[in-house]
Write a protein that binds this ligand. Structure first.
Ligand code: F3S
Length: 756
């Protein structure tokens, strides 16, 4: 499937020298994470030891993966860069836009109809620019990446937070916003704050009902949803070697749920086995030649406290099956009595209505085979199934193989619905209710990663619990949240007491993987003749026009909103129903800042239009100024733009004519995104100047013509009563970022340089 063995060999060829150099520069043995990071420095060899959690470093990732929801704006932007081809191997995966309702065949047909224009766009733009395209139904991005592209020691970025799944094959794989992906596609460096390192030492061996999922559910309970922030979690120890590669993928996948930058494992036999089983013996052979470079140094794992910022130890011999939730993946309970006590204390429904297996987290052959062994026992022992079952295989390859081997048939005999190889219920694409907002209180169990309110079915009263596929199977069959398969009995159809035996399964299919049509479209060699067609009437897609430079003469700009308190990227560009317009900048701009609180009336989406004196929605007010050729200014509080790296939060204000965002402090990624879109992202030199801003103010930048690194800018604030304040503003633009501003955007500059 067009994985690039030459590129992988190149990564390995330079690795020994670069890692040896890094070891000298750092002055001590290295973790695996450091080896991968230092081998991917944009500038080549390490010349300095980076400070973890402090230094911003430029990297050169090996690959990019995009899913269909985020790829739209990323590729629309890439088209602006004036390139013929993406600079690094890239794939697009259609998995988020497929609803789960009646079963794979009908649901896929429906998605192909309702999202045809989006899929056609992604297919043609991929074909034109040398991007591998995975059609709807081909599988979930992270499972497909693990099966085809992930490789030990590699570095990948992806426009989805669970890109981290590829750590199961020893990668450093990180979820990013579209703007970052576009930079790398266009041949630019990718910047990351050098992460801190958390070591997780695994001793012992999983047995019985415990699964890889229980390791990460336990870690989530220890670290909580924020505990991994800014850090790479590196797993090691005998316990790690005993896990399958896909099991390692599950653990890394849910590293996103503890906020970790990513997670990874050192190269071992399980990865060798998985690479060979997925038709990549050449990658395994190449990896074996540099095996000691694809894991942490011995001394690091012998004395982890000396090398990691934090160390956690888990003994797998003692680990119990876990069930985490509801509403947060770090709310950890042990299966059985523990969850029962908590459910009774908190009023969580103990009857379970659905059991869902699959998603990018847990849809490997091993997962399906272990869960199927429980399904088979229900059939053999005459146990009636109490809850409904839904299965989302992770890829067509897994689905085809699991069907061939009779695994899916076992679930179907229990009445399960086999949904499309896609995200489905994991991302709220589950047509469970006609009116989810008013649906009843209930519990479901699933083997996914996230369980926030409404995530699966839109019902705020659904209590979703995360657990392993085998436990999902047992709980769904029993219909009880507090079912403990190691102790509890069930009454079968003949009135007899029966118990489940421990789950069994195959790490990899004994007859090998098989697939008839994996759903892959290889790009043509020369895409120059391909037209990317976007209908001007489309409400979901819109070709972008380059932003015009704002220039050095910003005068009499009007206040659009003075945002009060927290203003995250969700306040700036809301998700939910707006996701539909992700590929249409003008339409999605109608959500611009509608969640921000106006400091003058404490209301959302109600600001004064200085031209009419009337109050109205933020986007309409911005459009009114823009129509008259008047720039506008957004004022914000602390940590403005925190949350996600969503580039829409910068593109929308830019599109609506906002020239400057002036705040007490920025979330750094959002600040950079503003810079990339050719806008001014500035901070008050004196924080209390925020209080000087009044509702009818206009702003004039008096020295923008001298815009230079490390030099403050001066702002004249003209008040309605004729008085004025003159204040200083700080900025963090370097020379190249000022060039972005001068050209109107980073992409405009790339295009210009490309044409030169
Ligand atoms: Fe899809 Fe859910 Fe994974 S949305 S990519 S299956 S986290």
């Amino acid at each position: 499937m067009a994985f690039d063995i030459e590129m992988i060999k190149e990564v390995y060829a330079r690795m020994t020298e670069r890692v040896d150099t890094a070891r000298k520069v750092v002055g001590k043995p290295l973790t695996l994470s450091e080896k991968i990071l230092y081998n991917h420095l944009w500038d080549g060899h390490a010349t300095t030891a980076f400070k973890r959690g402090v230094d911003y470093v430029d990297f050169a990732p090996d690959r990019i993966a995009c899913q269909d929801a985020t790829a739209q704006m990323a590729l629309l932007q890439f088209m602006q860069a004036g390139k013929n081809k993406v600079a690094v191997p890239t794939t697009v995966h259609c998995d988020h836009l497929i609803q789960a309702k009646e079963g794979a065949a009908k649901d896929l047909q429906f998605a192909n109809k309702t999202s045809a224009e989006v899929f056609d766009f992604l297919s043609s733009v991929s074909n034109k620019y040398g991007i591998g395209f995975w059609k709807p139904g081909a599988g979930i991005i992270h499972q497909v990446v693990l099966e085809n592209y992930a490789f030990p020691g590699g570095m990948m970025i992806g426009t989805d937070s669970h890109t981290v799944n590829a750590g199961g094959l020893g990668m450093v794989a990180i979820g990013v916003g579209g703007a970052d992906a576009v930079d790398v596609m266009a041949g630019m460096a990718w910047e990351l704050k050098f992460p801190k390192l958390i070591g997780v030492k695994l001793t012992g061996k999983l047995s019985g009902w415990t699964a890889s999922k229980d390791i990460i559910l336990k870690v989530a309970g220890i670290l909580t949803v924020k505990g991994g922030t800014g850090a790479i979690v590196e797993y090691f120890g005998e316990g790690a070697k005993n896990l399958s590669a896909t099991g390692k993928g599950t653990i890394c996948n849910m590293g996103a749920e503890i906020g970790a930058t990513t997670s990874t494992f050192g190269y071992d036999d399980s990865m060798d086995r998985y690479l060979r089983a997925t038709d990549r013996a050449d990658v395994a052979d190449a990896a074996n030649k540099v095996a000691s470079y694809l894991t942490g140094d011995d001394e690091v794992y012998a004395n982890p406290e000396d090398y990691f910022d934090q160390v956690i130890e888990i003994n797998l011999d003692e680990l119990k099956p876990h069930i985490n939730g509801p509403f947060s993946p770090d709310l950890a309970s042990e299966a059985g009595a523990d969850v029962k006590a908590k459910a009774e204390a908190n009023g969580w429904p103990l009857d379970v209505e659905w059991g869902l297996i699959g998603s990018c987290t847990n849809s490997s052959y091993e997962d399906l085979s272990r869960a199927a062994s429980i399904a088979q026992q229900a059939l053999d022992k005459g146990i009636e199934v109490k809850a409904d079952f839904g299965i989302n295989p992770g890829s067509e390859q897994v689905r085809f193989t699991a069907e061939r081997d009779g695994l899916l048939g076992k679930f179907e005999k229990l009445g399960a619905t086999i949904f499309t190889n896609a995200c489905g219920p994991c991302i709220g694409q589950w047509a469970r209710y006609s009116d989810p907002k008013n649906a009843p209180k209930n519990s479901i169990v699933h083997s996914f990663n996230r369980n926030f309110a409404k995530r699966a079915d839109g019902n705020p009263n659904t209590h979703a619990f995360v657990t392993s596929p085998e436990l999902v199977a047992a709980i769904a069959i029993s219909g009880r949240l507090d079912f403990d398969p190691t102790k509890d009995t069930l009454i079968n159809k003949n009135g007899k007491k029966v118990m489940f035996d421990e789950p069994t399964g195959d790490e990899l299919p004994t007859k090998g993987f098989a697939v008839e049509d994996a759903g892959y479209q290889s790009p043509v060699k020369d895409g120059s003749g391909i037209d990317v067609v976007v209908s001007p009437e489309s409400e979901r897609l819109q070709l972008l026009a380059p932003f015009k430079p704002l220039g050095s003469n910003i005068k009499e700009a009007k206040l659009l909103i003075k945002a009060f308190g927290k203003c995250t990227t969700d306040h700036i560009s809301m998700a939910g129903p707006w996701l539909r317009f992700r590929g249409h900048l003008d339409n999605i701009s109608n959500n611009c800042l509608i969640g921000a609180v106006n400091a003058f009336n404490q209301k959302t989406d109600t600001v004064k239009n200085q031209l009419t004196g009337e109050y109205g929605p933020v986007p309409a007010t911005a459009r009114a100024y823009k129509a008259k050729g008047i720039s506008s200014v957004v004022i914000g509080d602390h940590n403005y733009g925190e949350g996600s790296s969503r580039e829409h939060a910068a593109m929308e204000p830019r599109h609506l004519g906002v020239a400057a965002v002036i705040v007490k402090s920025f979330a750094r990624i959002h600040e950079t995104n503003l810079k990339k879109q050719g806008m001014l992202g500035l901070t008050f030199a004196n924080e209390s100047d925020y209080d000087l801003i009044l509702e009818d103010d206009t702003f004039t930048f008096s020295d923008l013509s001298e815009f230079a690194p490390n030099k403050q800018l001066t702002l004249e604030i003209n008040h309605q009563d004729g008085s004025k304040d003159i204040i200083k503003l700080n900025h963090t633009y370097n020379t190249s970022q000022i060039a972005w501003y001068n050209e109107g955007s980073a992409l405009n500059l790339i295009k210009k340089e490309n044409a030169a």
